[in-house]
Every structure is written in C-alpha cells, then in structure tokens.
Design a protein. Sequence first.
Length: 734
Amino acid sequence: MQEDTEPALDFSIFEPLKEMLLNQHRPQQDINEIEEAFVFAAKLHAGQYRISEEPYIIHPVEVAKILTDLMMDKHTIIAALLHDIIEDTGTAPETIKEKFGEDVLNLVQGVTKLGKYQFKSKEERQAENFRRMFIAMANDVRVIFLKLADRLHNMRTLNYMAAAKQQKIAQETLDIFAPLANRLGIGKIKAELEDLSLRYLNPEKYFEIAQLVALKKAERDATIQVLVEKIGQMLKQHKIKAAISGRSKHYYSIYAKMKRQNIAFHELYDISAVRVIVNSINECYEVLGIIHSQFKPIPGRFKDYIAMPKSNLYRSLHTSVLGPKSKPIEVQIRTHEMHQVAEYGVAAHWKYKEKGSQKANADTDIQFSWMRKLAEMEKDVSSASEYVESVKLDLFSDQVFAFTPMGDVIDLPKDATPVDFAFRIHTDVGFRITGALVNGRICPLSTKLHNGDIVEIMTSKTPAPRLDWLNFVVTKLAQSKIKQWYKKNKREEHITIGHNMLEAEIGKAKFDEILKSQELKQIAEAMNYSCVDDLLAALGYGETTVNKITNRIKKSVDTDQPIISHSKTKKSKNDIVGLEGMLYYFAKCCTPVPGEPIVGVVTRSKGVSIHRVDCASLDNVPEERLIDIKWADKGLNKTYVASIRIDVQDKIGILKDVMIELTECNTNIAYANIKSNPAKKIGIIEMGIEVDNINRLKTVITKLQSIPEVISVKRIQGTSNTKTPNAPMPKKKK
C-alpha cells in the first residue's frame, strides 16, 4: 500500500521575510509563530498558482514582507500569510481561531471577500466588499494595512492580467486605495500605487513622463548634488548634524500637476527636491534660516506643516529656493521622527506589544477620528454602492481644515459650508444651526469654508433644518440627516408639496386620472415606494424629481400622445398682481418685501424690475416705463431679502449679540458685511435678512434696536430722502 506524501515546502520563499524579521530584531518567539503560519498557508495553497504561473504562496509572503517593512505587529504579519485561505482553500474560520487566535481571525475576516452571498451585479458585490472593508477598518486600522499591502502586490503583478481587468483594478486603486494610503500618511505606498495606476490607465502619458524625467536626469542630479553639498557645508559650520538627500517626484504627482495647472512638462520647475533630516524641531527652523540666508526663497512657496500638521500627521517645513544656475528647487526640512511618519504614516506610531491586545482601535486615536465616520456614514445610506460613493466624496476629496473657537480641527471636503461644519460637530448642532461667524464675521450659511477658518456656530433652542440647505451642503452626512429629519417631521407638509408639484407639471385632470386609475400607485411601487403618499412626500422633500415620475407616466401611456407639461403654459401663481405671464425680478437696490408699496420698471431685456416706490433709482426713470403693480393678497409661503444697516458701538461680542437676537427671531441671514469707523468708535453692519413681509421686517428691526450697544437700525440702498413709504406714486402708464 502506497502512503500519501505531502509535497516538500519551498522554504526559500520564506527566507527573505525571515531575514527582514531578524534584521528588525523581532523576538524569536514571534518569528517562530510567523514561520508556523507560513507552513500552514503553504500546505493549504499547495498546487495553486497565480496567473503569472508562480506558486500562489508567493503572494501572501510578499504581502507579509510589505507589512514587515511597515513594522506591523506579528498578528498582522500572520494574517497576511493567511489572508486568502478562507476564500481560496475553504478553511473554516474556527480552524484559524484555534491555531492562531481570535485577533488573527478577525483580521483575516476583515479582508476576506464575500463568497456565498448573491448580488444583482459584480459592481454591487464589489461595493459591498468595500463597505465591509471600511467598517472593519473603522474597528481595527490594521485591516486597511493588510488590504493596502495586498493591493500593492497585486498592482506590482498587474501586467499578467487582461487589459480590461487592468483598467478596472487600476481605477479602483486610484479612487480608493491610494487616497486611503494618503489619509493614513503612508507616502511610499501612496506614491507607488498612484504611479502603477497611471501606468495602466494612461500608459502613453506614463511612459512619456518617464522618458522626459530620464532625459535630463543627469543635469538635475548634478544641480541637486551641488545644493546638497552646499547645504551640508553650511550646516557643518553651524555644527548641525543632518542627513541630506535629493529625490525626484513620482510620475503621478508630475502628471497631476501638469493636468491641474494645464502646463507642459518643461514648465514644471519643482520635479526634484532636497530633503534635510535633523534631530530636533528647533534645528528645523534654524536650518530654514540658514538656507534662506544663502539661497533666495521663492515668495509664496513656504509651508509650515510643523506648526499646522496635515490630517494624516505629516509634519515638515517646505520651501522653494533659487539653487545653482537660478534653478528653482524645493527643500523639505524635518526631524527623523517626522520622516518616519511621512514614509510610514500611522504605522510609525505602532506600539509593538508583547502582552495584551494587539488591536489598534481607531476610536482611541483622536488624530484619526475620520475613521469613526466610516462606521457612522454606513447608517445614513441605503445601499453599499451609495456608501462607497459617500466615502470617496467625504474622505478622499480635497480637504479643508477649519477650526472651532476652542481650536479643535474639523476636516471637511472642498466647498464645505458652515452647515456641513455643524453636522460634523454633532447632528443636533446641524439641526439647530441658524447662523455662523467665520473668522469673526457674520456669513451666510452657504459660505464656502477655507483652510484655517475659525467657525463659530449659532444655534436655536429647537431644531429647524431647511430643505434649501440641500442646494449647497456637500457632505453626505449633512444631506442624509436633513432628508431624514424632513421625512420624519414634515411628512404631511411634503405630501402636499409633492402633490402640488406633480399636479402643476401634468395638470389637474391628468393627475386625478392617474390617481383614480391606480396608475400612480403602480409607479410608486415601481420606484420602490410603498404607497402614493410616500412617493409624493419623497417628491416634496427632494428625494426624487418630477421628471422621473412623468417619464414613467409617459411610458405607461398606450398612445403616442405625450403628456403635455402644464408648468409653463398654465398661469403660475405670482406674488405680484399685474405681471401675470411676464418675466420679473426684485431690484437689489431697494429690496422690496410684501406689504410695502411697489412699482414695476420695464427693462430693455430682463423683463420687469420691481422697486419700492421710495427707491431713489426711480428718480431718473421715464414715466412711460413705469407699471402699476401690487403684491398678491395671499402670499406664496416664501421669503424675501431685505437689506438693513446696523450701527453699533465698537465692542467685543456685539456681533454675537446681533446673531443671538436674529436667532431668537428665527431670521436667516442672506449676506453680511462689517466695517468699522475708528474715529467715531462705531461698527457698521450691513446685512440682508430673509423676511416674508414688511411687518416681520419691522419686528426684527425693533428687536435689534433693543440691544443696548445698537445705535440705529435702518433700511439701506436706494432709499430717497424726499419720499416716504406712504407717499403717493407718480402717474404711470398702464
């Protein structure tokens, strides 16, 4: 009887990893456990090969080597060796737990793809894979290190894949994994992932840049070497020990800069840089002064990331100087510790522990609070695909870093507003925001925030979010919370709004017809709403659109006769009597509001301009261009911007007092400008406030006048002193 024999293990595959571990002076017990994991995985993967025809076990070993280079703990390295055995060999999770512990099992499961679940498409399956990965990462940051290392080795061997697969994986890497490496501060992995992605997404541009970089490499290297030697001599004279080196920027960063600035390669002047690494922060600034004393700094190119680190903990001084032959060169100055963080990110902070939990919980690290948002965002979206898009938008877009008055940093996507800022602080703050001070100035809630802005949020006692905020908020968190609040608290109101919107679009007769025939119910169900009211409510608060509904109505009509939109042909509800069917707008010079006398002025191309009758700009308007008009008796439940001027005593806190009073009046600010008159010791606040009629405006003005430090409050822009609100109008042609 012939005995079964296991294939001999090729330990030469493991030797490079073992050598790395020994060079890092890892405990022998840890090395033994890692070797045991290699043996276990190698036996399970025996007979399996990658597309490159290499033994499959090479892949998990290469992943483990990447993580060893990042100084990750033994459990992460063991998980790297085992990360494909559940998916590819059918090994039971209980077996991993029994042999290597629960910590290793959790890491392996965190990077294991979904197997048994059924999905409508490959895209949906992959979105769910990413969602699981992000949630696992929020619980244990080591999961993403595993996934990044796995992706990096896959990208290094992508040339064996079919072209379509190369494009898909490269785009995925550029969209998700490279930004993740950046947010974690792992510069060396980010750069390699970006370069490899560019190679497969745009090979023509990749090899063009590679050729151009190589073309004048000798000349650039010579220039860099001269600068390195000169800086070395200067620092030696000042008895500063430093490691000085030159480097070229990676291809993708060159490509991105060319694309962003719309410039050619020869117009770039900072594709090379000098790096100076010293022992202390004081020496960083001392070196900066020494370099600037010998080489002319280029204005606007200095950045102090030591005083204000990036969100991924990156710290360094950046400056650009005119080097030898007046060639602009970037210089980066940092300490040895800062350099480790720049290269390895959060991994540089890793505390290797002999005992206790090896778990690195993102919740414990305030610098990486953004990871917690991954788990929070999952609650606010309806599908895995939407979740992944939210992550890409909120976490990986260009970042803006604003501050609370207490100095806490709030990181936001580009173009974020005070409302986004408020929701990032807390959902309840977002619901109750009524105004904001940005750098001490009153600003509209739609103001786009910039790096370094100090934002103070003013709130009301009760929540009152507005649907029109959806027109300018950019974070998925704010968007979803506002929609959820309206779903829950304003359902009946939005059913009515949706009813009116759809009826206005298709006409009352057609609306009644599809309602009676159950056609609208069928459309609601087809759009995944349980009933007609749910559909109308969704239309009312902006979750769906009239076009989406009418397109379905058109599809259900048997005849070729299209449904006629009545929204333009029927008489619309105007807030002005006398201008039915005419184009009109409200003049900014006098900002009229309902309840005060008005007059229309026929313009040459913009329709009718509506003014207050006491507006000074009417003085030079020919009589034949004036039209008799008046406000509609019944308002349209909308607000109008009225411009006012508030003269105040110039004292600290007066802005906040004004904001509080406006908050108590439940009045929103459309814009605000603040000036001071030091000679008279007064401040002048000019602002636009939203009111629905003149009585409301008078009430707000009275409230503002009650503030002790307020000297006066009055309407501004275009008011003639020779007229009064009650003055009779001049004769006008009808």
